[in-house]
Design a protein around this ligand. Structure first.
Ligand code: 13P
Length: 233
């Protein structure tokens, strides 16, 4: 299983250094990936965790003020990078075509993309969740060879579940995983959205889940420890 931690825009340098000390004592048989803010990437210093980023430029390096390139991430030993998070699609108006370009830049640098897909509450109410995910996957994965495609980790994150404390029913998750795995049968698929140390008991019954992408819980090492213990026992 993969447990990916998305710190989002949290933790100052001082807070991150303290946080790392706590994460350093986590032991797990699963793969842990930490995605700090860009500024904290340079302070990453853990042996039990792999390093990820939360975003990347769709351009190579050059005259793109404020951007961070895949080459720069590679030079910091970044191994994974989240792309297409719903917060970026929403607040930065990121498009599926741009996400496709970001995936290309990452693969050129041997960085594994963690591609987020998911529907809004309104889309689910209109029963559009399946077609939304199909569209997001089709465009984001366009023009990739099957070998490139299989490297990508998909994260199903229903937007109505992120940060709300509400999770879909197990049947709803299974249905979406079935749809995703029909399209990309050889890819790992994570679940993200209000996963925590309590609902993991229910979520772990879903055998199709290959891991989790954790937001809020990533910031609470004590609770994360409980999450991992319950997942593994
Ligand atoms: P929460 O776990 O805080 O709901 O966030 C999920 C998420 O967006 C991870 O990328």
């Amino acid at each position: 299983m993969i447990i990916a931690l998305n710190n989002k825009c949290n933790l100052t340098k001082q807070e991150f250094l303290k946080y790392q000390e706590e994460l350093g004592s986590l032991s797990t048989q699963n793969k842990l990936i930490l995605c700090p803010t860009f500024l904290n990437i340079g302070h990453f210093d853990l042996k039990n965790v792999e390093l990820g980023a939360q975003n990347v430029s769709f351009n190579d390096q050059g005259a793109y003020t404020g951007e961070v390139s895949a080459q720069q991430l590679q030079s910091e030993q970044v191994k994974y990078c989240i792309v297409g998070h719903s917060e970026r699609r929403n607040y930065q108006q990121e498009t599926d075509e741009e996400i496709n370009q970001k995936i290309m830049r990452l693969l050129e640098q041997d960085i594994i993309p963690i591609l987020c897909v998911g529907e809004t509450k309104e889309e689910r109410e209109k029963q559009l969740e399946k077609s939304i995910i199909e569209k997001e996957l089709t465009i984001a994965l366009a023009n990739l060879t099957s070998e490139q495609k299989e490297k990508i980790i998909i994260a199903y994150e229903p937007i109505w579940s992120i940060g709300t404390g509400i999770i879909p029913t197990n049947d709803q998750i299974k249905e979406m995983f079935k749809n995703i795995k029909n399209m990309v049968p050889n890819n790992k698929v994570l679940y993200g959205g209000s996963a925590n140390e309590e609902n993991i008991v229910l979520l772990k019954e879903i055998k199709e889940i290959d891991g989790y992408l954790l937001g809020g819980l990533s910031l609470k090492p004590e609770k994360l420890k409980v999450f991992i213990e319950k997942l593994e026992n």
